[in-house]
Design a protein around this ligand. Structure first.
Ligand code: SAM
Ligand code: SF4
Length: 463
């Protein structure tokens, strides 16, 4: 059994969430339309917004201004990311937990939760099942427990990478685990509001230390992890304050380490076994769309992740405001990819999912709506992360590299895993996207590689 990480902080760690300042910004007046347009213009020029500017967008709450913000977010998304949506799936490895977070079914006081940690063989089974549906990217999820120390997490990652079925392989893994000491991992932070954080995380638990959690990503950067994701659980405190918390955090990392977060996720609180939810702070769908659009404008180069906590219709509506990654075909009960069929069993899950459609169904819908679903992992594999990624991403890089890579990984999916109906939609989309690429070396090369993939050769090629 492993040990818990030390509570050591990053160099010069500070609590940079100044609530008086942030709430002060939100207490301001609705900005004039011209001011809102000025901020939008800055964002469309692909400059990150300050916290003050983000607050102004949050205060712009007339239907007309909200619509202008939505429209700008759509335009910016199209300019930076094109119509590409990256797909991934979560894989829950273990739900033992020493914490007692009020909102989560894995909390230690939930006696009804069925506790389980997948064995190496069980991890392999889950991964084989995911691969045989076409997944290439996973996020591994863990409770906080001495059994899930850095070595255990690293070993689980290795097991996943080592598992291959036919043409299937997992090419990129992210981690969603408790914050560690200087062994940085991707984490999701719950709320930036101090009093709420203290109330939801009992004082005798490791997670009650706000600064240790806030500082997690700084330690990750100091430990040379340059690809980290930020997030907040919406529904615990004022959503506008949480947006400012996210932007403050992103700017803090950018200033201190010269790299911002790679992604931001914005889960909304979901029903969970043994959890009583205070409905008063739940985020309504129309406000949820504003959150996504404003984040898109505030951090133009940060990927935005929308999870299957949201139902299919909300996901469909929100996608155009700036989302760049979604999960699909997800199961979040331990062993759920092979064992429970489609039944959702509350005692086995951390919370309940709202979108449990198959990957194939989600792929077909995305393509029918004009998106290019992508399984590309090439940036990580050729070292385009962190500072490098920022350099490359600035002059339209994403479209130039990501669209070709997206097309090739989509072709692999169509050839190896898609249903006949999805394959037909996909082939039409690929032909249309290929025709749109400017004539030149890249276009010729993509056309040639697509033919190779169709004839069963040369998979996993990337630019
Ligand atoms: N145990 C680690 C931790 O707390 O940082 C790893 C992540 S936890 C297994 C996954 C995330 O799910 C949490 O960070 C939390 O934000 C989110 N979550 C917990 N309960 C939830 C609920 N009822 N609805 C939606 N998301 C929830
Ligand atoms: Fe444990 Fe994470 Fe759930 Fe909190 S959110 S109880 S730390 S699994």
């Amino acid at each position: 059994m492993g040990s818990m990480p030390s509570m050591e902080l990053s160099n010069g760690a500070v609590d940079f969430i100044d609530e008086v300042f942030l709430f002060g910004l939100l207490a301001g007046k609705r900005p004039a339309a011209d001011r809102v347009r000025e901020i939008i213009a800055k964002s469309l020029a692909k400059e990150a917004l300050s916290v003050e500017e983000t607050a102004q967008l949050l205060l712009a709450d007339t239907p007309e201004l909200i619509e202008e913000i939505f429209e700008a977010a759509r335009v910016l998304k199209q300019r930076v990311y094109g119509n590409r949506i990256v797909l991934f799936a979560p894989l829950y490895i273990g739900n033992k937990c020493v914490n007692d977070c009020s909102y989560c079914a894995f909390k230690r006081s939930n006696a009804t939760a069925i506790r389980r940690t997948l064995t190496e063989g069980e991890i392999r089974e889950q991964v084989e099942s995911l691969e045989s549906r076409g997944h290439k990217r996973l996020i591994l999820v863990f409770g906080e427990h001495q059994a899930y120390d850095a070595e255990f997490i690293a070993k689980s990652v290795q097991t996943v990478y080592d598992t291959r079925v036919d043409h299937g392989e997992i090419r990129r893994i992210n981690i969603n685990a408790a914050p560690l000491d200087h062994e940085g991992y991707r984490i999701v932070k719950e709320t930036y509001h101090h009093e709420t954080y203290a109330r939801l995380h009992p004082r005798d638990t490791r997670k009650s230390n706000y600064l240790y959690r806030l500082d997690g990503l700084s330690r990750a950067f100091e430990a040379s992890c340059d690809d980290v994701g930020l997030g907040v659980l919406f529904g615990l405190a004022d959503w506008r304050f949480e947006v400012l918390g996210l932007v403050t955090h992103a700017l803090h990392l950018q200033q201190r380490y010269n790299v911002g977060p790679h992604t931001i996720s914005f889960p909304r609180l979901r029903p969970a076994a043994g959890v009583e939810i205070d409905n008063s702070l739940l985020v309504r769908d129309d406000d949820f769309k504003r959150i996504i659009a404003i984040l898109r404008l505030a951090v133009p180069y940060t990927g935005l992740i929308l999870t299957a906590r949201e139902n299919a219709q909300v996901r469909r509506e929100c996608m155009s405001f700036g989302v760049s990654q979604i999960d699909a075909g997800s199961r979040i009960d331990l062993g759920g990819y092979t064992e429970a069929g489609d039944a959702q069993v509350m005692e086995r899950e951390q919370f309940s999912l709202a979108d449990v459609r198959s990957l194939d169904e989600v792929m077909a819908e995305l393509m029918n709506d004009g998106y290019l679903p992508s399984f590309c992992t090439s940036c990580y594999r050729v070292g385009r992360t962190g500072e490098h990624f920022m350099e490359f991403s600035i002059p339209g890089f994403i479209k130039e590299f990501c669209t070709p890579n997206g097309l090739m990984t989509l072709e692999e999916y169509l050839v190896d895993y898609a249903s006949e109906a999805t394959r037909m939609i996909g082939e039409r989309l690929i032909a249309a996207e290929l025709a749109k690429l400017p004539d030149g070396e890249i276009k010729r090369s993509v056309a040639k590689r697509l033919i190779e993939i169709r004839s069963g050769q040369n998979r996993d090629q990337c630019f």
